[in-house]
Design a protein around this ligand. Structure first.
Ligand code: URA
Length: 436
């Protein structure tokens, strides 16, 4: 008989008690093996969400989640990955991964699926027919050796605890928790064997951390955990008050990533991808300073090395290049026009993510199939001038969704996008760089 019960551990957290390593280990292992029910796991996650965790508890949870599966180990500074806390239109991984790899960094990337209103790297890349995301450890190592960049989902063998907890958090409103985000991200990053981690901590309406203060707290928690596990880490606080780039939606985001790798991407997406990749290059000690790292990153876009590397990765992971070149985008378009003249003031960026979910581009229930073809193409950014009747964005949907698209169009005009009569400022894309 175990000394613990799910009930006693849930009750302890509900009553704001600090959980021990043994209690956390017993609960998480039992949830993964199915001995603890999903409804009990949901209750514990809600108690953690409401009452938080100490630095020690967060480290215990990270350790337990990491130990729930296999661990890869690589030797050397040059194994560096990046992870984002999630946002709208955040497709930077598809760009910075190949850039960093083309600069000599080994990028072992384990990424996630959509979570809450935010899209997921794994869902997006699955727009490419045949692309395999459930890579086992042996294949992962082979691919990393061959391509320098490998992109995989967390699997049943690697951090299975994160797979389970992530899917439950997604449907139980328990995402925006600093300890849960820290343990989720760090368990994956530690399992994949990266020795350096660049964190893109999003702040603003489309992120889980709405204020700069909360984002800074999350950055400190992640950097502190990285230190405890002896990993190099840099965190960038970046703007998520509007979509990153112009396109939002699975296939559309891969299309925009390819454009960016070819040097024709939107300014914000290009800038952020280069900056994150440059910090990876620096952590990997492949450049003497950030300036030199940036120059190297820009070079591999200009000479198409990063673009070619991405195509090689896609083909090696089973993706059909014919599908990559002809990604399916929903054929029916509904345009959202400005009702008044003025300047774009703000976006309810998280609501944009939820509208994508309404169209089928994200999940309402764990494990649900998603529609890769739907999405939005924004033609305006915060601070841009608009004239009455001018197109602000295009909705890509299926014909049978005409009524839904009209409803979403009205919601965009009513309150998702605000237009002001007076000139508005563009938000600062990269707000802070933090390191250990
Ligand atoms: N990304 C993750 O992997 N986990 C989270 O909890 C949030 C973003």
């Amino acid at each position: 008989m175990s000394e613990f019960t799910a009930y006693s551990i849930i009750a302890a957290k509900k009553n704001k008690k600090e959980l021990s390593y043994k209690e956390i280990k017993w609960f998480v292992d039992s949830a993964v093996s199915g001995k603890v029910h999903k409804y009990q796991l949901s209750a514990l996650l809600m108690a953690i969400y409401l009452n938080g965790m100490s630095t020690e508890e967060t480290a215990h949870l990270t350790r337990v989640m990491l130990d729930s599966g296999e661990k890869l180990k690589f030797r050397g500074h040059h194994y560096v990955d990046k992870h984002s806390t999630g946002g709208i239109g955040d497709k930077a991984s598809f760009i910075l991964g190949p850039i960093a790899a083309a600069c000599g960094v080994k990028v072992p990337m384990i990424a996630g699926r959509g979570l809450g209103h935010t899209g997921g790297t794994i869902d997006k890349i699955e727009s490419v027919k045949g692309f395999k995301t459930g890579i086992d450890s042996k294949k992962f190592k082979e691919l990393l050796k061959k391509n320098d960049f490998v992109l995989s989902a967390q699997t049943k063998k690697i951090t299975p605890a994160d797979g389970l907890i992530y899917s439950i958090r997604d449907v139980t409103a328990t995402i925006e928790s600093i300890p849960l985000i820290t343990a989720s991200i760090m368990s994956k990053k530690l399992a994949e064997g990266a020795n350096g981690i660049v964190m893109d901590i999003k702040t603003g309406s489309g992120s889980f951390m709405k204020t700069s203060k909360r984002a800074t707290e999350l950055a400190k928690s992640i950097l502190g955990t990285a230190k405890q596990f002896n990993k190099g880490a840099t965190a960038l606080l970046t703007d998520m008050s509007q979509p990153l780039g112009n396109k939002v939606g699975n296939s559309l985001e891969i299309i925009e990533s390819l454009d960016t790798l070819k040097g024709n991407g939107p300014e914000d997406l290009t800038k952020l991808s280069v900056e994150l990749a440059a910090h990876m290059v620096l952590l990997a000690k492949k450049a003497k300073n950030i300036k030199e790292a940036r120059t190297k990153c820009i070079e591999v876009i200009e000479n198409q090395k990063a673009y070619d590397l991405f195509r090689k990765v896609v083909a090696s992971q089973g993706g059909k290049l014919s599908s990559l070149d002809n990604l399916e985008v929903a054929k029916t378009k509904t345009c959202v026009l400005a009702r008044t003249s003025g300047y774009i003031k703000s976006f309810k960026n998280d609501v944009i993510g939820l509208k994508l979910v309404d169209l089928g581009g994200g999940r309402k229930v764990a494990g649900e199939k998603i529609d890769h073809a739907v999405g939005f193409d924004f033609h305006k950014k915060i601070g841009d001038q608009v004239k009455k009747g001018e197109k602000i964005l295009t909705i890509f949907h299926h014909k049978k969704q005409n009524t839904l698209a009209r409803k979403i169009k009205k919601e965009f005009q009513d309150d998702i996008i605000l237009i002001s009569k007076t000139k508005t400022n563009k938000p600062k894309l990269i707000q802070k760089v933090m390191s250990l």
